[in-house]
Design a protein around this ligand. Structure first.
Ligand SMILES: *Cc1c(COP(=O)(O)O)cnc(C)c1O
Length: 438
């Protein structure tokens, strides 16, 4: 049996332990929801206050030049690039993941229409994050294309000469299952399709090598593992072989080659800058930069390799403790056990009470979240443990951010889960009232 002392010993030898002090961690809270909204870096309040009071308050419009506001999306993008295997000048931090997906999918479809006009399908996964599917559906309607949704194991069969774009999320938001990025990208390219990756649950969570995988387009999120704050700007990457080939559809003045020439016609900026649309949110971008500074501090401690090793150790420990201490309470495992197929979260299944169990845990200071198993979108098959599939059962989702979660935290989280299950505490009416945001 794993002991508390063992978990404490793991913390004592954790090379990333010093990074914890770079975050504001609320007292009496074990925060296992950094995959939804990352915690606040300790540096953020002062940085945001400085941007507001000095840069905006005093320097006003000169800040666009003298405080570097104008180039902030590119400079923040360069810092994200290092975490996802992209080159300098290839990433811009801007807009939302949904909006960026619209831009890159449109660009990919424009390129496909030129190179392979007979390819009129977008393929994605039925269990992809809904906003990704909605954006693809809207584009298909707009252009008279077909959206084909398949199960993860059906992707290979769906790839044919008719496919213009394969659009996938690297780590599944609901199960934590991770695709083999180089292999899937190569399979898409083998039929001539372009590959669009959503890195919402990958950037800052798992090592990503977009150039190594030879991907075509990618988008991702600033407020999850990058700790950029609520509604932080998202990011967009385009393989340089495509960037100057076409416009993106939201051709606003910030994507113009010379925005302050105020010409009536549009001339796209060279490179990734053309993926900007309008005036950028400087306060939010400044907060996102604070999140990225912590990753730079992590570089001298082993960087993404060390973060990945710790993330796997945390998720392995959580799975092991749940199986040792919560056996017989009807919990299943939706997340793959195989390291190569796992992101940085663990999802447990339960046919009854998943929402209330999560609420009871939150009342005890253990913050995870709940995701409904939707029978209309998930195959009603028998659950296969650890397969990355969930059938129609509900999910208790726990994200493990190796920058600030420790091994002792994992011990206590599982101890609370055990007590919630053993006492039946979750059955209290207060824990069964649904809120707007789950
Ligand atoms: C979180 C998430 C999003 C969020 O999109 P927004 O436009 O920021 O609301 C999109 N896609 C995936 C896969 C996500 O996990």
């Amino acid at each position: 049996m794993t002991t508390l002392q063992h978990c404490q010993a793991l913390d004592a030898t954790d090379p990333l332990r010093p990074l914890r002090t770079q975050f504001h961690l609320p007292a009496n809270t074990i925060y296992l929801d950094g995959n939804s909204l990352g915690v606040m870096p300790a540096a953020t309040p002062a940085r945001v206050a400085d941007v507001v009071t000095r840069e905006w308050g005093t320097d006003l419009i000169q800040s666009w030049n003298q405080n570097g506001w104008f180039s902030l999306p590119q400079r923040v993008g360069d810092r994200i690039a290092r975490l996802i295997g992209a080159g300098a000048g290839e990433v811009v931090a801007t807009d939302t993941t949904s909006i960026n997906l619209y831009k890159v999918l449109s660009a990919a479809l424009n390129i496909a229409a030129q190179d392979r006009p007979a390819a009129r399908r977008i393929v994605s996964e039925r269990s992809n994050f809904p906003t990704d599917l909605y954006i693809a559906e809207a584009l298909c309607k707009e252009r008279g294309l077909e959206l084909v949704l398949v199960e993860p194991e059906g992707i290979a069969d769906a790839l044919s000469a008719d496919v213009a774009v394969l659009m996938l999320t690297h780590v599944n938001y609901r199960t934590g299952a991770m695709h083999d990025m180089p292999a899937v990208t190569a399979a898409a390219h083998a039929v001539g399709a372009l590959m669009v990756w959503d890195l919402a649950h990958s950037a800052g969570a798992v090592p990503v090598d977009l150039r190594g995988a030879n991907a075509d387009f990618a988008v991702g999120c600033g407020y999850k593992y990058l700790n950029g704050g609520p509604g932080a700007p998202a990011f967009v990457w385009v393989n340089p072989r495509h960037t100057d080939r076409c416009w993106q559809p939201l051709a606003g003045w910030w994507g113009h080659a010379a925005p302050f020439a105020f010409t009536p016609d549009y001339q796209p900026a060279p490179g990734i800058t053309r993926y900007q649309c309008g005036t950028q949110p400087i306060i939010s971008l400044s907060a996102l930069a604070c999140g990225l500074e912590v990753f730079e501090a992590a570089e001298s401690l082993g960087g993404m390799t060390a973060l990945r090793a710790k993330s796997l150790a945390l998720t392995d420990l959580f799975i092991q403790l749940v199986e040792e201490r919560c056996a017989g309470h009807g919990l299943g495992l939706a997340t793959p056990r195989e390291h190569a197929q796992r992101g940085s979260q663990v999802c447990l299944t339960r046919s009854e009470g998943a929402y209330a169990i999560v609420q009871a845990l939150i009342a005890r200071g253990v913050v995870g979240d709940f995701r409904a198993g939707d029978p209309s979108t998930l195959r009603q098959a028998q659950d296969r443990p650890g397969s990355g599939r969930t059938g129609s059962t509900d999910i208790l989702r726990f994200g493990f951010t190796p920058l600030y979660i420790g091994f002792e935290d994992v011990w206590h989280a599982v101890e609370h889960l055990k007590q919630v299950l053993e006492t039946g505490e979750w059955q209290r009416p207060a824990f069964n009232q649904k809120h707007a945001v789950t």
